[in-house]
Design a protein around this ligand. Structure first.
Ligand code: HEC
Length: 159
């Protein structure tokens, strides 16, 4: 009787773990197939298949160059929905796009420097007569986040 109970219990546990494993695998597959909803999620899904995302972290580019690069990746076989590619471009714009503080347009200043409109206007008003020389110079503009700019300094140019 005790042995029978053990067999039944053991069998039950085996079924349970098989089922749990199956459910887990289904969840993972589902997550992989589900459309990405965040910029980072889209990069992970669309750009992480052939090479690691490290490849792009090491190569900041201006926005047009990113556009060309992503087009080349599509030619190489990168797959995603139009919405996912929009999210990938958003990620690249916000995190890995270069900006020239003295020449870039208002949109690039706003997105790359994560700057409020008032700060963008102040930069554009000042640079005509007094071009910015370095990060310290830029940080005198109100509304900019100094530590965040320092963390992004390899993306910020003063030509
Ligand atoms: C189907 C495979 C594949 C996928 C998916 C893929 N890549 Fe690539 N990627 C390559 C290959 C092959 C190279 C090396 C040849 C070259 O540079 O074109 C490369 C190189 C790169 C480089 C280094 C060269 C350069 O131009 O700076 C970057 C950056 C890059 N990929 C970004 C991306 C991004 C962003 C995505 C997502 C949109 C992506 N890749 C998805 C195949 C892929």
């Amino acid at each position: 009787m005790v042995r029978r109970l053990g067999v039944i219990l053991g069998g039950g546990l085996l079924c349970l773990s098989l089922f749990a494993g199956f459910a887990f695998a289904v969840t993972i597959n589902h997550a992989r197939d589900a459309p990405a909803r965040t910029p980072a999620g889209a990069v992970y899904k669309v750009c992480n298949g052939c090479h690691s995302t490290e490849v792009m972290m090491g190569t900041p580019k201006d926005y047009n160059d990113w556009h060309d690069t992503v087009q080349r990746m599509i030619d190489r076989g990168a797959i995603g929905t139009p919405e996912e590619f929009d999210l990938v471009m958003q990620f690249l714009y916000e995190n890995l796009t270069t900006v020239d503080v003295n020449h870039s347009d208002a949109d690039s200043l706003r997105v790359v420097l994560n700057a409020p409109d008032s700060a963008v206007s102040a930069i554009i008003a000042r640079r005509k007569n007094h071009p910015f020389k370095n990060l310290g110079d830029l940080e005198t503009i109100r509304g900019l986040d100094g530590p965040a700019l320092a963390a992004k300094k390899r993306m910020i140019f003063f030509n």
